[in-house]
Design a binder for this molecule. Structure first.
Ligand code: ATP
Ligand code: MG
Length: 211
């Protein structure tokens, strides 16, 4: 299964959510996971290199992936039954090499925020994705949501976005998100995010297995 985490808005929370999902799928749901780090900055792959020094028994593999390698790596993933590949996308959609990844996705997860610039990028991302892949459910995750802030655009934004896919409950803005790492999610973060991860897995990613 291929799960793509994308939004062309930089800093929307793609890499953070990729790690959260990888940690949760392996630790809580006992799934086999590989992260393909397709971001040019390779932030997850760099963390994984550091973790290698400390960890003997990695929970999952992180593969730094050049876009031109993707079609061949896809065949490797598809040949492994029950393997879940998480594709961490770059914060830009400026390369045709991304098309095969979008086309191959079974699910597309898009973290976003309600500010004007992020919303525009999010809608553009959804439009591009839908032209390439009309099969994968698009799941939008409001991220870094502050309880004290009233988001004036919320209703309007949700109306537009729900035309492309589903919107999950929000992920709060929390300082302890800085401590999410390879194989490691702080328990306080789990407590805050379990409703979103549970819903995502039960209603989408692992639906067949749980029914
Ligand atoms: N819910 C949250 N609460 C607090 N901080 C968050 C949250 N989500 C993400 N962050 C922080 O925001 C920053 C950007 O997140 P992240 O690197 O995941 O974004 P990205 O979409 O992968 O960015 P890029 O487009 O550059 O790859 C990081 O410092 C991360 O720790
Ligand atoms: Mg990133």
């Amino acid at each position: 299964m291929i799960i793509l985490i994308g939004n062309q808005k930089g800093g929307a929370g793609k890499s953070t959510f990729t790690l959260l999902l990888a940690n949760y799928l392996t630790t809580v749901r006992k799934q086999k996971v590989t992260i393909l780090d397709m971001d040019y900055q390779q932030s997850i792959a760099a963390k994984a290199e550091k973790a290698k020094i400390l960890e003997n028994d990695p929970l999952y593999e992180v593969v730094p992936t050049e876009l031109k390698q993707f079609p061949d790596l896809l065949q490797v993933i598809l040949s492994k039954r029950d393997e879940i590949a998480l594709l961490d996308m770059p914060g830009k959609m400026d390369d045709d090499g991304l098309i095969p990844a979008i086309a191959a996705a079974d699910f597309i997860i898009c973290p976003f925020a309600y500010d004007e610039f992020t919303v525009d990028s999010t809608i553009l991302f959804a439009l591009v994705v839908r032209r390439i892949n009309n099969r994968a459910p698009l799941i939008f995750i409001p991220n870094r949501i502050k309880q004290t802030v009233k988001y004036e655009t919320k209703t309007e934004v949700e109306k537009v976005i729900s035309g492309f896919g589903t919107i999950t409950p929000p992920i709060p803005d929390r300082i302890d998100f800085q401590r999410i790492g390879i194989f490691q999610t702080p328990t306080t973060v789990y407590a805050a995010i379990l409703p979103v991860l549970g819903l995502l897995c039960d209603q989408y990613l692992l639906k067949k297995e749980t029914l």
